[in-house]
Ligand binder design. Structure first.
Ligand code: MDE
Ligand code: SF4
Length: 663
């Protein structure tokens, strides 16, 4: 049971039924013509799912503050109808929603960005313009106007985004604030902008609505705020009548992972606890909190009063209702992959969720009961097959799912051997129990035959892929292994290993061969004693790797170029730290028992190894296709069986869901 998580909280005129907040997420379609109805359905579904409070994606107070082409600004009454649609639909579901006001400062992706000082961010190519006194006063007033408009639109409150390295955070930190006027210098000067904004916002929303401020608990960049400065700012916010302090962790330019799956769950609660101990108002913990058990434990330990979860609400809109109704074990857990949500956002596309393709597409992906019940065979229990079978079964079809292995999950089960990816296994577990609940017949350890499939009305071929074999002299020698040999645990690597192919699978294999991760705080130089501004310290010396690894690829570009934008750099840094060699532009010549002969920089070289792991892509597995077509069976081909060029779980789940809704 979750007594603390489920206890209500009164904030001014607003009563939260529980301590779960959905954290702010930019979804990437905010400026699309149909954005408001889509957003309204997205938030309404989460409200229906029982969340205590929803915080919207960031809305800028003026055009300079917007993300860029896909950002939104609320500066006049012209958009109020759109926002009212959101608040009306959320309230109709019994929910509460606060609008986040976010000025992106030097992180905006457009030419007119501004900042306290004209210093370019390391993750941007644009130098911001230094704000004048008039810009600053104007911006403070615009925050108040935007807040007033939010109140007029029916929001229950606003959140002031003061973390993650955005404009207000840029004013707070010496790293980005070199001003010598009253907006810079000592902390009183640097926090003046934030406190004036908070006053302006309160003026805009009046005394009854709630105000949250998202404050950076630890900046994780050099010349970030010192430990006592964070506390001083928090106390000043309390004195100004802020109702909730929400946690931000690390700037976007920080070279420390903060929310990827490699970050231990609850890794940042120490930073929130320091602030919580110093103030009397409720404080919310955030980042890598995805299970109700951990959330309850944080509250029980007194490290926070609320928990803010963002991605877990993409993965399962009904998260809070399941906690409330004693069904927590049936939560579709976020696996921290960033593949469906943050990676697309940082690449200028829209967010959804890998394990819940319906997220952000609530209107298009509506399930309606099937009018004519059909018997459907789904061959293959990987991402495409599982998701298709589940949607079809939920809609009332008679579904039989055939899986040759002894468990569902397909390529997903290979995550088991990759340190930090263990939580990926929650996904097949979730689908398996939901399939059973929806009445699907699951036949594990069974390879379907054409004869068996003959009696079904429709067949979905989702048999996935098989690893592409290496076509090279010596490729059949015993030292050569396929990636699934290693990732399934069937084979172990030797002392010296060559990995052929440096895409996502090659990286997973390298990480698996390195074994357990180093302790997180040591590897990334995180100072939990918070003795230096920003909370960084030199990383510990990396332990010697258990084996020597050389990764290679034929492509000339840098290895890891195809990895996710928000996780690729983490994996690259981890492998580099452990001394993994990475070669690009390699020509493979031949393999013999001593290793692999290659051409590298126009020179012949023997890479002496005892194990060669082949990670050079996949081919579709379509064993039954020709026979089924010859028998005149309607066959649907989805997932890797249709297109294996890129092993793409995001696409596979989406294709499966789409087809399951259409059958
Ligand atoms: P890259 O390829 O890793 O780097 C490019 C080059 O820059 C260098 N670099 C740096 N050098 C020095 N110091 C630094 N701090 C630094 N940072 C980068 C790199 O070394 C590299 O140089 P090279 O090696 O080539 O010589 O980076 P990229 O430009 O491809 O991508 C950068 C990213 C923005 C993707 C990035 O760095 C990101 O991965 N950072 C982590 C972000 C993250 O995970 N943040 C925490 C979670 S998000 C969160 O908590 C709140 C999110 C707020 C909104 S959503 C809520 C509001 O509505 C996010 C919306 C963003 C919309 C744009
Ligand atoms: Fe979580 Fe991955 Fe879904 Fe993002 S795409 S919400 S990280 S499961």
């Amino acid at each position: 049971s979750f007594p603390r998580l489920l206890s209500p909280l009164q904030l001014r005129s607003i009563r939260l039924p529980n301590r779960m907040i959905m954290g702010s997420m930019h979804l990437g379609f905010e400026s699309a013509p149909d954005a408001f109805p889509r957003l309204a359905h997205f938030y309404a579904e989460r409200a229906k799912g029982g969340i205590g409070l929803i915080v919207t994606g960031g809305v800028a107070p003026n055009p300079e503050g917007s993300f860029g082409p896909d950002g939104t600004v609320l500066a006049n009454e012209s958009q109020l109808d759109g926002h009212r649609l959101i608040t009306d639909m959320v309230h109709a579901e019994g929910g509460r929603i606060a609008m986040q006001i976010l000025h992106c400062g030097r992180y905006g992706k457009h030419p007119d960005i501004v900042a306290p000082s004209a210093i370019r961010a390391p993750i941007s190519s644009i130098v911001p313009r230094e704000m004048t006194e008039a810009d600053i006063l104007g911006t403070i007033a615009q925050y108040g106007r935007t807040a007033a408009l939010a109140a007029q639109a029916g929001y229950d409150g606003v959140e002031v985004m003061a973390s993650e390295g955005y404009l207000i955070n840029e004013f707070l930190a010496l790293r980005t604030n070199k001003r010598t006027d009253r907006w810079g210098g000592d902390l009183d000067g640097r926090m003046r902008f934030l406190l004036d904004i908070v006053r302006s916002v309160r003026g805009g929303i009046g005394p009854d609505l709630l105000m949250s401020a998202r404050l950076s608990m630890v900046d994780l960049v050099e010349d970030g705020l010192a430990a006592d400065e964070v506390v001083t700012v928090a106390k000043a916010l309390e004195a100004e009548g802020v109702d909730i302090i929400n946690s931000g962790i690390g700037w976007h330019e920080a070279r420390v992972p903060t929310i990827a799956h490699t970050v231990p769950q609850g890794a940042w609660s120490w930073a929130t606890a320091r602030v919580k101990a110093a103030v009397g108002i409720p404080v919310a913990a955030s980042n890598r909190i995805k299970s109700p058990e951990l959330a309850e434990a944080l509250l029980e330990r007194g490290e926070a009063d609320l928990v803010s979860m963002a991605r877990p609400l993409l993965a399962d809109p009904a998260f809070a209702a399941k906690v409330r109704d004693g069904r927590a074990e049936s939560i579709n857990a976020c696996i921290g992959c960033n593949q469906g949500c943050l990676d697309p956002i940082f690449s200028g596309a829209s967010a959804t969720c890998l394990v819940n393709p319906r997220a952000g597409r609530e209107i298009r992906f509506k399930a309606s009961p099937s009018l004519a019940v059909k018997s459907i065979a789904v061959v293959g229990g990987g991402p495409a097959g599982m998701s298709c079978a589940l949607e079809a079964a939920r809609r009332g079809h008679q579904v039989t799912l055939f899986e040759a292995a002894d468990e569902l999950g397909g390529q997903f089960t290979l995550a088991r051997q990759v340190p930090g990816k263990e939580e990926y296994l929650a996904t097949p577990r979730y689908y398996a129990s939901e399939l059973a609940a929806a009445g699907a017949n699951i036949r594990l350890g069974h390879t379907a035959t054409t004869a068996e499939l003959k009696d079904f009305d429709q067949v979905v071929l989702a048999a996935g892929i098989r690893p592409r074999r290496l076509d090279l002299p010596g490729a059949d020698l015993p030292l050569v292994a396929s990636y699934d040999d290693i990732l399934s645990g069937r084979r172990q690597g030797g002392e010296r290993v060559a990995i052929l192919g440096s895409g996502g699978v090659g990286f997973d294999v390298a990480l698996a061969l390195l074994g357990e991760h180093e302790p997180f705080y040591d590897a990334w130089g995180i100072d939990r004693s918070f003795a230096t501004p920003g909370g960084l310290r030199p990383a510990a010396t990396a332990p010697a790797p258990p084996r020597r690894i050389t990764m290679m690829q034929r492509k000339t570009e840098r290895p890891g170029g195809s990895l996710g934008k928000t996780t690729g750099w983490i994996h690259k840094a981890t492998l580099q730290r452990r001394g993994v060699e990475m070669l690009s532009g390699v020509t493979y010549e031949r393999i013999d028992p001593s290793g692999i002969h290659i051409l590298f920089n126009n020179e012949a070289r023997l890479v002496e190894v005892d194990t060669i792991v082949v990670c050079i892509g996949q081919e579709p597995r379509r064993d039954l296709l020709a026979e089924l077509i010859a028998n005149g069976k309607p066959v649907h081909l989805i997932g890797g069986a249709r297109e294996a060029a890129r092993l793409d779980a995001l696409a596979a789940f989406e294709e499966g869901t789409r087809l399951g809704l259409a059958l």
